[in-house]
Design a protein around this ligand. Sequence first.
Ligand code: SAH
Length: 230
Amino acid sequence: MDYDKQRRRMVDEQIAERGIDDARVLAAMASVEREKFIPPDLRDLAYQDGPLPIGCGQTISQPYMVALMTQALRLKGGEKVLEIGTGSGYAAAVLGEIAGEVVTIERKQELADRAREKLTEMGYANIHVIAGDGTRGCAEKAPFDAIVVTAGGPLVPQSLRDQLKVGGRLVIPVGSEETFQTLIRITRRTEDEYDEERLCLVRFIPLIGAEGWHHNHYDDWSDPDYANLR
Ligand code: SAH
């Protein structure tokens, strides 16, 4: 498999041709080796145009969706960014290529540990992986220039609004069903004013936590994380 060639094709055909034109985003998508975030038996599908399973009932997002959400954050370089839903760590790596510092939170301990190990091994010293409920954000590291949520919740968590800098952007899928959402961008205009834009319709895994969904029928009842959330 010539992954480098496949990655260049992915950027041209799946990303640039669909209208992503932020040079920083295109460069980041061209440099992060997506195959390294895919389970070995599925690695040859790394540059397919869709999400893929990564274990624990979760998925790595479609490359185009990662590019779209990253572009929606309007990063110029050097920012402090918070990601909720580390999953494989792939989107965190894309953010880490552009931002100064990335804090990423994952609710599944096993995925958090795996992503941390992977990102460290790949040399991303500017990415910090935390295991826990990301709907509360990360008060110790706040405020953030940008926050991105890669799971869909029923509403915009107040903690995340509060942890945005004035001028900061929050991109999050929000919907009243657990399977369909509208991708929303919230911009903090002043201390108490927020603008809200609807970007497009999307499908994400449910955001489960104190300021997200409280239960999830996709989850295995024997999953120890489940007990912690009830
Ligand atoms: N960004 C990921 C895709 C993640 S899929 C990637 O590039 O691979 C969504 C992830 O959000 C899942 O791993 C899920 O476990 C996680 N998640 C769901 N609710 C969460 C919460 N409250 N806090 C942190 N992570 C959460």
